[in-house]
Design a protein around this ligand. Structure first.
Ligand code: PMP
Length: 357
């Protein structure tokens, strides 16, 4: 009989069970577990999406030129060195397919995004977990973990689920200290929330061992359409374009993202509201004895005194129609990650946590 055997280690991957948006028997439910934009996508993006509905028989653009040019213009980047993917998830997967195989090591941080480890395991590479320092990326620990087998080093900046970030000087020190065969990937899924931060673009331009990933799923509110992108050196873009399927993004996704990037009034409103409500929520929770690190993203990592308390609070919030995220799988068992919602949602969360505590 045939024996079909998966990659060694692949069954170590935990199945994703988040994403629920309802609670049985509870009405007025608000989902605050996936770091989505509570205000939705810009009207311009929705309009562009609607228009595509009349042209469904055509394959989408395969070179994504219009979107890459819009991204290049917005961020001052060379469009030839931009690659688009079905979410930044897909860019991460391409990087792992292209650069990590059996015998290779992929570094990720202790509380880093799960897909880095999944990408390594799915391709037969070995994920190497590096400690953070008080929930902040520790450059010295990463450099100490590097070896001649290290192929990829993933850090999210700001990090998910901690919300913390490191500065440009630290990123530069990390890139400069890597072994020559290793590529640093700076995941900027939440970079748009940080006023004035380039997500690592300048570092990509200055070096040939740094790659940046970004997404339209967060500030741009287009999670449903799956649009992400990467920016990197020519040699990496050339490799990833060979891994990428020619029609990996739908035309609806491409045109909506292009329209979204042009609607700066909407993104500025969403960013400003997030900054204001994030500060309000953090302070309100602290007033109830639930502390958090300063978050630079669109969520807060609320810390409880124990795993039991965090889980009991999660259960209570759920009964109140508030879905937040347990992060025990990210080695943060006493924490809950709470997306910064609109103002009524933030008030509901603060009130419910107050009742619970
Ligand atoms: N990186 C980080 C750090 C994330 O939090 C997420 C979304 N959860 C992603 C990448 C992937 O986002 P998307 O595939 O929607 O672009």
């Amino acid at each position: 009989m045939t024996k079909i055997i998966p990659q060694p280690g692949i069954l170590d991957i935990e199945l994703y069970e988040g994403g629920a948006s309802h609670v049985d028997g509870v009405s007025n439910v608000v989902k605050l577990s996936s770091n989505e934009n509570p205000f939705g996508a810009s009207e311009a993006a929705k309009e562009a999406f609607r228009k595509v509905a009349f042209d469904l028989h055509r394959y989408p653009s395969s070179d994504h030129r219009a979107l890459r040019e819009a991204i290049g213009e917005k961020h001052g980047l060379d469009p030839a060195r931009v690659i688009c993917g079905a979410g930044s998830d897909e860019i991460i997967a391409f990087l792992c397919q292209a650069y990590a195989g059996p015998g290779d090591e992929v570094i990720h941080t202790e509380h880093g995004f799960a897909l880095y480890k999944i990408g390594a395991l799915a391709n037969g590479a070995t994920p190497v977990e590096v400690s953070e320092r008080e929930r902040v990326t520790d450059v010295d620990a990463i450099l100490a973990a590097c070896s001649e087998r290290t192929k990829l080093v993933f850090i999210a900046n700001p990090n998910n689920p901690t919300g913390t970030m490191i500065g440009e000087g630290e990123l530069t020190r990390l890139a400069a200290g890597l072994p020559e065969q290793a590529l640093l990937v700076i995941d900027g899924a939440y970079a748009e929330y940080v006023e004035g931060y380039d997500g690592g673009a300048r570092l990509v331009d200055a070096r040939d061992n740094v790659f940046m990933t970004r997404t339209f799923s967060k500030l741009y509110g287009l999670g449903a359409l799956r649009v992400g992108w990467g920016y990197g050196p020519d040699h990496v873009i050339g490799v990833l374009n060979r891994v990428r399927g020619p029609f990996n993004l739908s035309q609806a996704a491409l045109v909506a993202a292009e329209a979204a990037i042009g609607d700066t009034a909407w993104t500025e409103k969403c960013r400003n509201d997030n900054t204001r409500l994030r500060a309000w929520l953090a302070e309100a929770l602290a007033g109830h004895g639930v502390v958090s690190d300063t978050s630079m993203a669109n969520f807060i990592l609320a810390r409880f005194s124990s795993q039991a308390e965090a889980e009991a609070c999660d259960t209570f919030l759920r009964s109140e129609g508030l879905i937040v995220r347990r992060v025990a799988g990210y080695k943060l068992p006493n924490c809950l990650r709470i997306t910064v919602g609109d103002e009524p949602s933030c008030r509901r969360v603060a009130h419910a946590v107050g009742q619970f505590m």
